[in-house]
Structures are given as C-alpha cells and as structure tokens.
Unconditional design. Sequence first.
Length: 198
Amino acid sequence: MSMFTYNRDIPDAPNNPSNDQPKMQVNTNSTQDLIAVDHVSFNLSPGGTHKQATFSSKNAAGAQVDPQSVLYTGDGTASTVANLLFRNQNAIFPINTVRAWGFVNGATGAVVNNQSVNVASVVRNSAGNYTVTLTANAVTTADFAILVSSTSNTSAPTRLVYSSYAITGIGTFTLKFDQLANGTGQDVTSFSFQVLQI
C-alpha cells in the first residue's frame, strides 16, 4: 500500500505564498494519487466512480445507532482470513459466506460452461459419486458446509434421489447421489453446490 504525503494547514495565512507553494503542490498531487487508488481519477471518464473498494486491514466495528451502519473486514470464525461484514444497530452480518460454487454435468463431472468459482476439479468416480477439489485457499480449514442441489436423471425422472457429502480434507470433499429406495449410486442430469465458511 502507498503512503501519501500531506501538509496540514497549508496554505497558512501568515506565510508568504511562495514559501507554501511547494507544500501546496505536494498536497494537490497527493489528493489526486489518493483518489486514483479506488476511483476513476481526474480528467478521466467516468471520473469519481469506484473501480474497487480496498480495505487495508481487519478492524472491529463499534456499535451502531440507527441510521448509521458500517461495512468492514474482520476475522472469520473457522478462518482468520479477512471477511467482509456489515454492522447496523441490530447485529453483525457476513456479506458473503460462499467460498466456492459449481454447476456440474452429472454424467461427466464436467463444470458446465465454466460456471464455477474456486473449483479446481470435479472427478466422477462412479455413478452418482464425485470428488470435488477447491482451489488453494478457497477455505482454510476442513470446517466448512456444503449445500447441494440436483436435477433428476432423465432416464428415471420419478425416482427420488438424495445427496450426501463427506469432507475429506481442507478444500476436498465427495458428493454422493443415491436412490432413496435401494441406496445405489444414481447419476443425475446436473448438480450444483455451494461451499460455505465464515
């Protein structure tokens, strides 16, 4: 991160303006450089709009009184990686607990049209059985939850299929789809999953 030099109280009324001029130039340039960190800067279109929002550290947010609220980064629970949080007068709310997401072809195990976030691979081991590996650091412990949804196999659309998962390590897990009646592996047309961690 950059540091921006700034001279407070310049220009100062008793000073000769020529003496303050170099400090005023530093202040003017620092202002432009500071704005350009997260914004479209001066003389550019659309000037003043955000390019991003950068948080320099994890900060605890003080109690808020309506209508005040604050957006900040703080430690997660299972992870010490910075998590984006929102606090108002009622409570603290995580902005997003989703660490990974994928939409997968059930017959092949292939991610459909690149629709995934933080998924390194999905391998179809056998009918209705898949191993999912997340990208490095998507989660930082094996303490995460998975939400799964699937569509029925087109050859057996009336069969009830249920899913289960087993976490096998940091960022790895297996997904299984079974016929409720007999417990055998059941391919599904497609499935999606979300990995959650705070």
